[in-house]
Design a protein around this ligand. Structure first.
Ligand code: GLN
Length: 196
């Protein structure tokens, strides 16, 4: 069984733990840098990206998270987590982790639509997935190695680049665990490859 961590500095942490367990993997809340050594994949949850960034700096997670990525281990950013993973942020000079080759715009569905649900078509994963969007970002530009997984209103809301998975919505807030299960599969495949 693979062990997946959820970065537990801020945000929707417990819901991800529940969703990982429901998808048949072991889950652990990561609050200390040393814990990164014991996990096969990491979820960076939704919440508030600026607050999470501040805590990443405060608890010295920046370089260890980049080292984790450099080992090729899968990382999944949901909502604020996607903002943290992105290589480019619209209207910002510097990214946060700067790992996934996408440009992301924050709070990009407009004030009048702060939160909403939308049925998403995610080919091969879930063709009728209810996405919960809360002050959600979206991907405005995807690099050439990025596979677009889902769009809503013509905007990219889920994508994968090799070991990196990102989405605008909160897959952990419903009882539909298919999107989380897709990440669990990514982690299983990555671990199997490393054992060979
Ligand atoms: N708007 C938040 C941010 O910019 C993200 C919201 C979320 O994670 N639900 O960090």
């Amino acid at each position: 069984m693979v062990k997946i961590g959820v970065l537990g500095l801020q945000g929707a942490v417990r819901e991800h733990i529940r969703s990982i367990e429901a998808s048949g993997a072991e889950a652990v809340i990561v609050k200390k840098v040393e814990q990164l050594e014991e996990i096969d994949g990491l979820i960076i949850p939704g919440g508030e990206s600026t607050t999470m960034r501040r805590l990443i700096d405060k608890y010295q997670f920046m370089e260890p998270l980049r080292a984790f990525a450099a080992e090729g281990k899968p990382m999944f950013g949901t909502c604020a987590g996607l903002i943290l993973l992105a290589k480019k942020l619209v209207d910002y000079k510097e990214p946060h982790l700067g790992l996934m080759d996408v440009a992301v715009e924050r709070n990009s569905f407009g004030r009048q639509r702060e939160s909403f649900e939308a049925e998403l078509m995610i080919p091969g994963i879930a063709e009728d997935f209810v996405g919960v969007f809360i002050r959600a970002p979206h991907i405005v530009e995807a690099g050439e190695n990025v596979e677009v997984l889902a769009k809503h209103d013509g905007r990219i809301v889920a994508a994968r680049e090799g070991q990196f998975l990102g989405c605008s919505f909160h897959p952990e807030l419903t009882d539909d665990h298919r999107f989380t299960a897709y990440f669990v599969k990514m982690v299983e495949e990555s671990k199997a490859k490393n054992l060979v």
